[in-house]
Write a protein that binds this ligand. Structure first.
Ligand SMILES: Cc1cc2nc3c(=O)[nH]c(=O)nc-3n(C[C@H](O)[C@H](O)[C@H](O)COP(=O)(O)O)c2cc1C
Ligand SMILES: [Zn+2]
Ligand SMILES: [Zn+2]
Length: 494
């Protein structure tokens, strides 16, 4: 869980004296004057800026004004001949009415968290009350049963990616895993993970941690200050960093600790509390079957079981039979299953034919082919063309720039997240080229030629080719740009 994973290369990141002041950039006076740590020299900035990447600015088009001003790499779309910024007042009013994203935490709130001034009345009440009083009304806000669920994906399950999947009809989305400690400490990068797009109509946030008091506080904060439908507790993360701190899957053999955590989460929040777990820690020693029957009593509204142990990581297929056995003992709440679903056949087989779960979570399948949700809903294969796949990337680039920004840094971020995603996307084998459908998760495709050059390029396992594809949707990468996929090192998928 390297949270600085997207700290951009120092070669791409000029010092602040070389960066144009954000105020000057949008044509307002800067109160810091000569003291400002940013440059106020517009001429010099523009002389070194590099050409615009296009004539239309995605931020300006979406919101009616572009907060990046002269720094925007599409600045010509909203800049007059004398460098003033154009504002489309009607559109600004419209986009203010229909908020596009939620869960922006204000500066004042950040300071409040950092100075430990935030009051956690419910957590404190819970801590000071005796066991029998620790009951609050059970809320069953969300009807999870039978809905499609895009699983939480660190780094890859960012807001622009989830928005892409919403476009293909997924029902439930979840944030990347956030560390409860960092939420409580007011770390901006962690709080940014809570952002929700307006299209996400059933949205949850996932928390990882070990301490009851810390998870309680993070849950109370999110429930009170953010717009979420559920908060999910991570009991599955296999990563050493989490495991060694006793978080994620390490909690699986501490049922008493899990009980305390779920109970406090239930007590301090108004949204649903859900739990996501693996089968166990060591292969051959499954723990889920004994844990799952207790979730309902502790106050959880739903559980998701990934059918692998921590030790197993991503080797062998997920044990769906075991998921089916666990479903028998879940009680009244729904149990979702997850693991290896890469086709609409897999999906309906687990849900309807074998009745192994009350809903299916799809994670890597959505990274490899985000249109899987349309295939699931329509119960048929979509032999999507390479051009249609490129259109998906174009949309992602637009969503990415809306989210991360249209200045050089925002575009660099968008490119890095796109490239990260491409390390999964290239694994898709076009349905029209397969002799036997459907494609299976653990079958690595042999090298093949696509039906045109773009399709062949999209199948390349080489990051150099991914960069080429990124240039088709984001313009040229900086000179000397290189890329090594991060997820390879996060051990989520060895
Ligand atoms: C790159 C990557 C990141 C992941 N991040 C998370 C995460 O933050 N939280 C979590 O509970 N699971 C995470 N997972 C696990 C998935 O949500 C899912 O449980 C697992 O991949 C099995 O489902 P699948 O075969 O459909 O991918 C991640 C998986 C991958 C491949
Ligand atoms: Zn300034
Ligand atoms: Zn712009």
């Amino acid at each position: 869980m390297n949270k600085d994973r997207y700290a951009i290369n120092s070669s791409e990141q000029p010092s602040s004296e070389e960066r144009l002041c954000p105020r000057i950039s949008i044509g307002i006076e800067c109160p810091f004057g000569d003291e400002c740590k940013f440059s106020h020299d517009i001429e010099n900035f523009l002389a070194n800026k590099g050409p615009d990447l296009g004539r239309r600015c995605p931020v300006f088009e979406a919101f009616g004004s572009c907060e990046y001003g002269l720094r925007c790499r599409f600045a010509q779309a909203h800049t007059t001949a004398n460098n003033a910024q154009i504002v489309d007042e009607d559109k600004v009013k419209l986009s203010e009415q229909e908020k596009k994203t939620f869960n922006h935490i204000s500066k004042d709130m950040l300071i409040c968290l950092r100075k430990k001034k935030y009051q956690y009345p419910r957590t404190k009440a819970f801590e000071h009350s005796s066991a029998p009083k620790r009951q609050r009304i059970q809320t069953g806000n969300v009807d999870f049963r039978g809905k499609t669920y895009l699983g939480p994906l660190t780094t890859l399950g960012n807001l622009p990616f989830r928005r892409t999947c919403k476009g293909f009809g997924v029902d439930i989305t979840c944030s990347e895993m956030a560390l409860a400690t960092n939420i409580m400490l007011g770390k901006q990068s962690e709080l940014a993970l809570l952002r929700r797009h307006e299209s996400e109509d059933i949205f949850g946030v996932q928390l990882a941690g070990r301490r009851v008091d810390v998870i309680g506080r993070a849950t109370e904060f999110i429930s009170a200050e953010c717009n979420v439908d559920f908060i999910d507790l991570n009991l599955g993360c296999p990563i050493e960093l989490a495991y060694n701190k006793g978080a994620g899957s390490a909690l699986l053999n501490q049922p008493t600790q899990i009980e305390r955590i779920v109970r406090i989460m239930r007590y301090v929040s108004d949204c649903d509390i859900t739990v996501k777990l693996r089968t166990g820690i060591k292969t051959g020693n499954n723990l889920a079957y004994n844990l799952i029957p207790k979730f309902e009593r502790w106050g959880a509204a739903m559980g998701t079981l990934h059918g692998r142990s921590r030790q197993q990581r991503y080797t062998k297929y997920a044990d769906w039979e075991y998921i089916g056995e666990c479903k028998q003992v879940t009680g009244q709440i729904p149990l979702f299953g997850g693991g290896d679903v890469l086709s609409w056949e897999d999906y309906w087989d687990h849900l309807e034919t074998k009745k192994q779960c009350d809903g299916v979570m799809v994670s890597r399948g959505a990274l490899i082919k985000p249109w899987i949700f349309r295939e699931i809903n329509e119960r048929r294969v979509w032999d999507i063309s390479a051009n249609e796949r490129l259109d998906i990337l174009k949309d992602f680039a637009r969503y990415g720039m809306e989210h991360w920004g249209t200045d050089t840094y925002g575009i660099a971020n968008t490119r890095r997240y796109l490239l990260e995603w491409q390390s999964f996307l290239h694994r898709y084998i076009p349905a029209g080229l397969l002799e036997v459908l459907p494609q299976k998760m653990n079958e690595r495709p042999p090298p093949y030629y696509g039906r045109n050059d773009l399709e062949t390029l999209m199948a390349s396992p080489s990051p150099k080719d991914w960069i080429k594809i990124s240039e088709m949707v984001l313009g040229p990468a900086p000179d000397g740009f290189t890329f090594i996929p991060k997820h390879k090192s996060n051990a989520y998928e060895d």
